[in-house]
Design a protein around this ligand. Structure first.
Ligand code: NAG
Ligand code: NAG
Ligand code: NAG
Length: 481
């Protein structure tokens, strides 16, 4: 089993109930907008660093995005599968593309502690709408754990809608306690590496069945201290952000193959001064709701640590800050060609454990080493993000924490379909090559103040390119078509 490096304290163990929200109509004819909204809940993460480390290892080596986690989940939503309905609490993951669930008699789920209970387990024999497809479902992890079994079709319900014949995975052999709802590009599905055509995953199937107009959704995670956010398929809730949305292109993994939500981070500033820490760069960064933390190039991470007084501890792989940093008024400001998202310092200070009755806090940014930079939940909470797979664009605005108002507008077809969004002119579309140097993990002294740490960092260059792992992935996908 995986080792725990940080002791556990609750971040916020808030398991609220889920309700589908009734929507205020915003179509001209007065009918309800064609959107599907669902609350999402936040749950504590026992050890965000270990959680992310496992994910990243797999991401770096495998061609298929897999979700690695057990109970250390952050954002999840309730769905039901089958007839009569069986209930699940699923981890929402923009970094993978399959929906899959556990069964109750796998070795893992049979353990006395009932590790799979919180998320739910599926019984094909108890459902009238189960339909077997094949036995090529296999999500695997580099550390040897994983989940495999069958692909099947079922009736899936959430947010007040019913999707019939939704393809999903069943983990008859599983090392992962939590069911996942992967909402990325279909080309990233496990099935594709097994030579199948991409199938309509949840967002694509919502489109196919006219529940939404276009393959796009918005994710509002809300404040670190809040228990609920929401996911809105096919729409934008203009009350959940300030200013207006700005759209930047998603960076393809290879030529015109779009497989992941990577966009170009072009500057990093502080306290309202854009670019104060680093400017005129082009760093490909993955928007990943399944990552708890952010991972930035080593040299940039070091300048952030210098700015906030964080101490990187190579033995635990964590960066420590005084918990009082959360009371400081500053922000870190992330620019993507034009839109800038200001992340308040208190969103970056995570209580980790208690030592001698004093709380110990870790910082929400870690060095990426040679792997792809990731903007995980410590970034995403401060942004309202529209993931538009139909147009291969991301629209961003500064989130409005704790907003209780709703103004839901549907996303329409076409290149300007995201309401209240403008396309950024001359947005950066090519990103730096990520060097394939040694990784930081495991606590070698390659990070922590020496200027040579930048040897391993992603360097901003004018050359277009992508990291080798992703090019490998693209090769696999081309082969599969
Ligand atoms: C369903 O039940 C049959 C007969 O009782 C059994 O052989 C089969 O393994 C069960 N299938 C699953 C998926 O549990
Ligand atoms: C699943 O995939 C992993 C990694 O590719 C492989 O080692 C394993 O044998 C596969 N399992 C099955 C049942 O196909
Ligand atoms: C949002 O609500 C939570 C929970 O009530 C509260 O702790 C937090 O301070 C609020 N955040 C803001 C920015 O007002």
């Amino acid at each position: 089993m995986r080792t725990q490096q940080l002791a556990v304290t609750a971040f916020a163990c808030l398991l609220g109930s889920t309700t589908a929200i009734s929507l205020a109509g915003s179509r001209r004819d007065g009918s309800a907008p064609r959107v599907v909204q669902h609350d999402i809940q936040r749950r504590h993460v026992a050890d965000p660093i270990q959680h992310d480390r496992n994910r990243q290892r797999t991401k770096k080596r495998d061609t298929v995005e897999v979700e690695l986690d057990n109970e250390q989940t952050l954002y999840f939503m309730d769905i039901s599968i089958g007839t009569p309905p069986q209930d699940f609490r699923m981890h929402i993951d923009t970094g993978s593309s399959d929906l899959w669930v556990n069964v109750d008699d796998s070795r893992l789920c049979e353990m006395r502690s009932d590790p799979c209970d919180a998320s739910g387990t599926y019984s094909a024999n108890s459902s009238d709408t189960y339909h077997y497809l094949n036995s090529d479902f296999n999500i695997s992890y580099v550390d040897g754990s994983g989940s495999y079994g069958d692909y099947a079709e079922e009736t899936v319900r959430f947010g007040g809608i019913t999707l019939k014949n939704q393809q999903f995975g069943i983990g008859y052999v599983s090392g992962v306690m939590q069911g996942i709802i992967g909402i990325g590009y279909p080309v990233n599905e496990v099935a594709v590496t097994y030579g199948y055509d991409p199938y309509p995953n949840i967002p694509a199937n919502l489109l196919e069945h006219d529940h939404i107009n276009t393959n796009a959704y918005s994710l509002w995670l809300n404040d670190l201290d809040a228990s609920q956010g929401s996911i809105l398929f096919g729409g934008v809730n203009t009350e959940k952000y300030t200013g207006s949305l700005q759209s930047v292109p998603i960076i393809p993994v290879y030529h015109d193959i779009y497989a992941e939500f990577t966009i170009a981070l072009t500057a990093l500033g502080a306290n309202g001064e854009n670019g104060a820490l680093i400017d005129n760069v082009a760093i490909g960064a993955l928007l990943d709701s399944g990552s708890s933390l952010m991972y930035l190039p080593n040299d940039i991470t070091q300048s952030v640590y210098n700015a906030v007084g964080a101490q990187y501890d190579s033995s635990s792989g964590a960066a420590f800050v005084p918990c009082s940093l959360a009371d400081e008024p500053g922000t870190l400001d992330f620019t993507f060609s034009a839109p800038t998202i200001r992340v308040p310092l208190n969103e970056l200070v995570l209580p980790a454990y208690t030592q001698d009755n004093e709380p110990v806090c870790i910082f929400g940014i870690l060095p990426a080493g040679s792997s792809t930079p990731v903007l995980g939940d410590t970034f995403l909470r401060s942004a309202y993000v529209v993931y538009d797979m139909s147009n291969n664009e991301i629209s961003l605005a500064q989130t409005r924490f704790n907003s209780t108002e709703d103004d839901i507008q549907e996303i329409t077809q076409g290149s300007n379909g995201v309401p209240d969004a403008t396309q950024v002119q001359s947005a950066v579309t090519s990103v730096a090559q990520v060097s394939d140097g040694a990784r930081i993990e495991g606590g070698v002294g390659s990070f922590g103040g020496s200027s040579s740490s930048s040897d391993n960092a992603a360097q901003a260059t004018a050359a277009p390119g992508y990291n080798l792992a992703l090019l490998g992935a693209a090769g696999m996908m081309i082969a599969a078509f």
